[in-house]
Design a protein around this ligand. Structure first.
Ligand code: GTP
Ligand code: MG
Length: 136
């Protein structure tokens, strides 16, 4: 069965939304396989976001991800990679569809990086790579 990495980003943990986010994942029927609270170092974040190195939002993104604890989730289910991305909604919280995690719970705070509550792997290759990084 397919697995994906979901991260409840520091804004989600700080706003006490971890339970609500996990509730939506479980209500959809996906299985929680592993969970932990993590304070990632720069090295882990640099590897996690290597595709974004050099982009204007990269530094603010890494600083945001270092700003507080993150909850890492290993989630399983048929087509869960695509399915969680659909539950999460699009990257920009302002235009993410209502009914999605980002659409319902996140908004644009006018900061240098989108504080959009969650991360979800975007392909089977990313999921395998990211799960190895966060859960070895
Ligand atoms: P993740 O699940 O977190 O990977 O989000 P995503 O796949 O929807 O977005 P992407 O991988 O393209 O970007 C990673 C993160 O960088 C996003 O979740 C945002 O926090 C931030 N980000 C991406 N694009 C922009 C942008 O154009 N402007 C700003 N300010 N932040 C961005
Ligand atoms: Mg991404």
């Amino acid at each position: 069965v397919e697995e994906t990495l979901v991260l409840v980003k520091p804004d989600g943990v700080a706003r006490n939304l971890t339970g609500e986010i996990l509730r939506r994942i479980e209500a959809k029927g996906y299985q929680l396989v592993d969970i932990k609270l993590v304070e990632p170092d720069r090295e882990l974040l640099a590897q996690h976001y290597e595709e974004h190195q050099g982009k204007p939002f990269y530094e603010p993104l890494v600083e945001f991800m270092e700003s507080g604890p993150i909850v890492a989730l290993r989630i399983a289910g048929n087509r869960v990679i695509e399915g969680f991305r659909s539950l999460a909604g699009t990257t920009d919280p302002t235009t993410a569809a209502p009914g999605t995690i980002r659409g319902d719970l996140a908004r644009d705070w006018g900061l240098a990086v989108q504080q959009n509550l969650v991360h979800g792997s975007d392909s089977p290759e990313s999921a395998e790579r990211e799960l190895a990084l966060w859960f070895d």
